[in-house]
Design a protein around this ligand. Structure first.
Ligand SMILES: [Zn+2]
Length: 281
């Protein structure tokens, strides 16, 4: 099998239509065999003051929806927006003088808006999580409450949640919380995962060592770059060509089954998307 015979999905890429490479990054991805993208909104404080009013979340989300629509124009497959609130926002808000509880309410309100975009059509999934760095007890509790709210919303509108969390190989406590809120564990995705993870579905960062682990385990997984599209941090993360290049390498290694798992089966199971039917090249 060769890369032209398979869909190639990057499960987590940011596009910044204002300051970033935006469509050039999508063209780079496509030029080496990429076909489908999940486009994440940038952490909202990059573009707007998140605390000024609730409409700012909408502005950020509208930009991402537009970026995904533009990306779909150049892809042989398509792109879908994933909208949410970066868990690091809580620290920004607390630094600005909000209490943890006030920050929680602002972030939950942002997730409510994201869920409306899922219910009304354009968005595929919600993004949430909790800080990956040490925080105070009240910020940690507030963050867990925000994440549980995301699970509740996702179960209501019937979508998956992508999580940003601390690095870990075991997050079954989180999938139990999701289940408590009515969301099946296989609709919980840990973004920026290593190759081994108990609990959520892993979205493995496209590094060879981690992909090798994931390929050899008989478990669902996705692949991503977390391309940040930030002109101030060139090379801070993997570039937009990385997932297709790694797929090429995996096919050379003979891991056809793993490629199918990451680019056809797991996307269908987690998001209900059909990367084969939506591929028209
Ligand atoms: Zn990201």
């Amino acid at each position: 099998m060769d890369i032209e015979d398979t869909p190639v999905l990057d499960n987590h890429m940011h596009l910044d239509p204002i300051e970033g490479q935006n469509i050039d990054a999508v063209e780079d991805f496509e030029s080496v065999g990429g076909t489908h993208l999940l486009v994440l909104n940038k952490p909202s404080w990059h573009l707007f003051d998140p605390a000024s009013d609730e409409a700012t979340f909408e502005e950020v989300f509208e930009l991402t929806i537009e970026a995904a629509a533009d990306a779909s124009e150049v892809l042989p497959g398509r792109a879908w927006p994933v909208l949410g609130v970066h868990p690091g926002l809580i620290s920004q808000l607390v630094d600005e003088g909000y209490t943890a509880a006030q920050a929680r309410d602002i972030m939950q309100a942002g997730l409510d808006v994201a869920a409306e975009y899922v219910a009304d059509g354009p968005a595929l999934a919600i993004k949430s999580g909790r800080p990956h760095y040490d925080v105070s007890e009240d910020v940690w509790e507030a963050s867990n409450a925000v994440m549980r709210h995301a699970f509740d919303l996702a179960s209501e509108v019937g979508c998956a949640v992508q999580l940003h969390t601390e690095g870990s190989e075991g997050l079954t406590e989180i999938t139990e919380w999701a289940q408590d809120e009515g969301l099946p564990p296989e609709q919980v995705v840990k973004h920026y995962s290593g190759g081994r993870l108990a609990g959520p579905i892993k979205s493995v960062i496209a590094e060879k060592d981690e992909l090798e682990i994931a390929a050899e385990l008989d478990e669902p997984f996705l692949m991503e770059t977390d391309f940040i599209d930030d002109p101030d941090r060139p090379g801070a993360v993997l570039g937009p060509k990385t997932v297709p290049r790694r797929v090429r390498w995996m096919l050379e290694e003979g891991w056809e089954d793993a490629v199918r798992r990451a680019h056809v089966e797991t996307p269908a199971r987690v998001y209900g998307i059909d990367t084969e039917a939506t591929l028209g090249r």
